[in-house]
Design a protein around this ligand. Sequence first.
Ligand code: ADP
Ligand code: MG
Length: 258
Amino acid sequence: MLPIVELKNIAHAYVTDRGASLAIDYLSLFIEPGEFVSLVGPSGCGKTTLLSIVAGLLTPSQGEVLLLGEKVSGPTPQVGYMLQQDYLFPWRTIYENSLIGLELTSQVTDRTKESTLHLLNEMGLGAAIDLYPHHLSGGMRQRVALVRTLATDPEVLLLDEPFSALDYQTKLQLEDLIVKTLKDRHKTALLVTHDLSEAIAMSDRVIVLGASPGHIRKTFEIPQNIRDSQPFYAREQEGFNELFREVWSELEASERKE
Ligand code: ADP
Ligand code: MG
């Protein structure tokens, strides 16, 4: 199958007044359409840098990113980016916040407005559309951020620790909602998380990165029984704990190397 995202020998150095530092070292990766891939690794190993490169926000020093076979040379509506902070505009209602991506890409039409309202309803935000962000809980705000990201109908979603500011229960609910929403729409996702059980429960594949500079240490294919279960129940599946320990020890080894 043609990969939807292909990273070819990506290297990236940041240049500052104190010199240049290599953040990513010749990293290559294929992601298939509809796949859910997670990146885990020690702080500073280049996860955010990698997502920014895939998003077209940062040009790598070496190598290239292909999106459906075409070289990425800047941000494109085919890629949506969701961050830990929701960055909702406080002066706009929930509905108006949801339309921002569509406005920025000149795609506001009756049809896209209707599909955004539909998404808001699907995310359980139907009663909140005329409220302002400060009226909402953290979990609701992240759901608005998800609607805003999905409203432009991107093929690929980049998620940079989107649950890390949420309480545990809200986070579990949002994991289920995101996996279901993306699988139903056959979207592709690249998630960065600190939480190994979240990575295993949500993904088809978990990639452990090592630091200094960032590189792939090991890739774990998630067994079918875990993939087939919603993240909440995936944690109870046979083999989950063993896999957790394997990924954990790989991550520990990568942190020891620092
Ligand atoms: P992660 O998301 O895995 O924590 P980052 O991609 O944010 O890692 O950072 C990777 C490395 O690049 C770190 O050593 C970080 O200090 C450095 N870095 C990140 N952004 C910049 C920047 N804008 N300028 C200089 N160095 C940076
Ligand atoms: Mg980061």
